[in-house]
Ligand binder design. Structure first.
Ligand code: COA
Length: 170
């Protein structure tokens, strides 16, 4: 199904609507608080890499966020969270807004993205299992749920420990 949404970078007035969408998409408040904490973290937040999907009536229905992390000492991005309002899920909104965020990151010269998420969902964007590249986390997670994407086909994927922004608590 086609999404019928417009995707664009978050603007200053979007924060409350983003919070509403994230609150609606997840069972508890943690992810919404995470987005707000990341927005307040100058080391993590990158203007232009928080993307929203807006429906024809102008309502925000989806959100996808990339923030600064590191793999060892190498600069990378982490993708999280991705949120779509429950009544608009499985229509392509999440794919559209996440693909747009990744494209913006590529244009901005970023080369690597990590995600901790569902192994059936993220490979559609090109993510592959991170452990095959020697990338690991400081916490135990199912091996297949940590994935990495090379935005620049020429980029070397460095092995190492992923250091998420402090707000993730990882
Ligand atoms: C995950 C999420 C962002 C996907 O957005 P969406 O707009 O529903 O997804 P799309 O319509 O673009 O893509 C649909 C595809 O994603 C798959 N999918 C959707 N949610 C999924 C999930 N939680 N796990 C695995 N696959 C999922 C569907 O099976 C479908 O697959 P198909 O294309 O092979 O049929 C959205 O469902 C959501 O907000 N879920 C609740 C919050 C969440 O779990 N976020 C992800 C963790 S950060």
């Amino acid at each position: 199904m086609t999404a019928h949404v417009t995707v664009r970078p978050e603007t200053a007035s979007d924060a409350p609507s983003v919070r509403e969408v994230v609150l609606a998409a997840f069972p508890d408040v943690d992810e919404a608080d995470l987005v707000d904490a990341l927005r307040a973290d100058e080391e993590a937040w990158i203007d232009g890499l928080s993307w929203v999907a807006v429906d024809a009536a102008g309502h925000l229905v989806g959100h996808s966020l990339l923030t600064r992390c590191h793999i060892g000492t190498a600069s990378a991005l982490c993708l999280a969270p991705c949120s779509v309002r429950p009544d608009r899920q499985r229509e392509g909104v999440g794919t559209a807004v996440t693909a747009a965020a990744l494209k913006a990151a590529r244009r901005a010269g970023e080369s690597l993205v990590v995600v901790l998420g569902h192994p059936d969902y993220y490979p559609r964007f090109g993510f592959e299992r991170a452990s095959t590249h020697g990338i690991r986390l400081s916490i135990e997670v199912p091996d297949e749920s940590l994935m990495v994407l090379r935005l620049d086909p020429g980029a070397r994927i460095p092995p190492g420990l992923v250091r998420y922004p402090r707000a993730f608590g990882i």
